[in-house]
Design a protein around this ligand. Structure first.
Ligand SMILES: Nc1ncnc2c1ncn2[C@@H]1O[C@H](COP(=O)(O)OP(=O)(O)O)[C@@H](O)[C@H]1O
Ligand SMILES: [Mg+2]
Length: 276
């Protein structure tokens, strides 16, 4: 089922920058999308149309059957939640728990329902133990979890997560990405905006490549790295394991090689008797 549809979408900022130019696309329930492309290619601008943070200057965006041009942001944010790139813009409460309760309270839900939503969001994001502590004392990884919990507690169908792993070390990245995988498994439609091709290769199921305000490629992730032209136009480089597999001619069309899979192929090749 479609949850977001854009048709002939254009967005021109008041300063005249045409950030989105004629984008037509569909997001289906359960999708796990990576929105990728150079800085300034329009990723955030496009994603902000999915919950009414921005409205089309031409064309239409329909979210959960509602035309965003004539629907209040409050309605739209029940369907699509937006986790901003910089956690510090979002965090303002004295405790993590209050931070996570803010959204549901704002939706004017019953206190029981607010409590239930908060418990659940804290549980899924692994923050139950820290609930009484201040969001500001934690590092990037935990703060990212808090901003995700604060959107999750509004129970949207779709979660847009802008640059979930930027500035994180390996463990932080793995931890936040396994949380996002889990959210997708729990039925959330996910759109991550990212520069990290390793994250794309190992997590998302579908990739939308943007360049100059347009979607130049819409591909299952496992086919993404075969599209050399689109990747070049978007200045994106496959993860090293894929570059190595391509160099060695060891891509066998069975999707994205893992390091373990690639190593075992190389080992097999090395063991093959040298007939010549
Ligand atoms: N609030 C704004 N006002 C004017 N121009 C903007 C604004 N936000 C973004 N832009 C411009 O729109 C284009 C797309 O930006 P953006 O959507 O942020 O790209 P991305 O998220 O891919 O880095 C860029 O040229 C950027 O400078
Ligand atoms: Mg952006």
């Amino acid at each position: 089922m479609d949850i977001v549809q854009t048709a002939g979408l254009w967005h021109r900022y008041p300063n005249g920058v045409e950030a989105i130019r004629d984008v037509t696309t569909i997001i289906r329930k359960g999708d796990y999308i990576a929105l990728i492309g150079k800085n300034g290619s329009g990723k955030s601008t496009l994603a902000k149309h999915f919950n009414g943070l921005l409205r089309p200057t031409a064309g239409t965006v329909v979210v959960g059957g509602l035309d965003t041009a004539s629907t209040r942001s409050e309605e739209l944010s029940r369907i699509v939640g937006y986790v901003f790139q910089n956690p510090d813009y979002m965090l303002f409460s004295t405790t993590i728990e209050e931070e996570v309760a803010f959204g549901p309270k704002n939706l004017r839900l019953q206190p029981d329902e607010v409590r239930r939503r908060v418990e659940e969001a804290l549980d899924v994001t692994g923050l139950t133990e820290q609930r009484k502590e201040s969001p500001l004392f934690f590092g990037k990884g935990i703060r990212r979890r808090i901003t995700i919990a604060a959107v999750l507690s509004m129970n949207p169908d779709v979660m847009v997560i802008d640059e979930p792993t930027t500035g994180m070390d390996y463990r932080g990245r793995e931890s936040v990405m396994s949380l996002i995988d889990r959210l997708n498994e729990l039925g959330k439609t996910i759109v991550i905006i990212t520069h990290d091709m390793k994250v794309v290769a190992s997590h998302s199921h579908r990739a939308l490549v943007m360049s100059d305000g347009q979607i130049i490629l819409d591909s299952p992730t496992e086919k993404l790295f075969e599209n050399h032209d689109a990747l070049r136009r978007a200045s994106l480089k496959p993860p090293q394991r894929i570059q190595v597999a391509d160099e060695l001619g060891l891509r066998d069309g069975s999707g994205i090689p893992t390091v373990a899979g690639l190593s075992s192929r190389v080992r097999d090749e090395l063991r093959r008797p040298n007939i010549s």
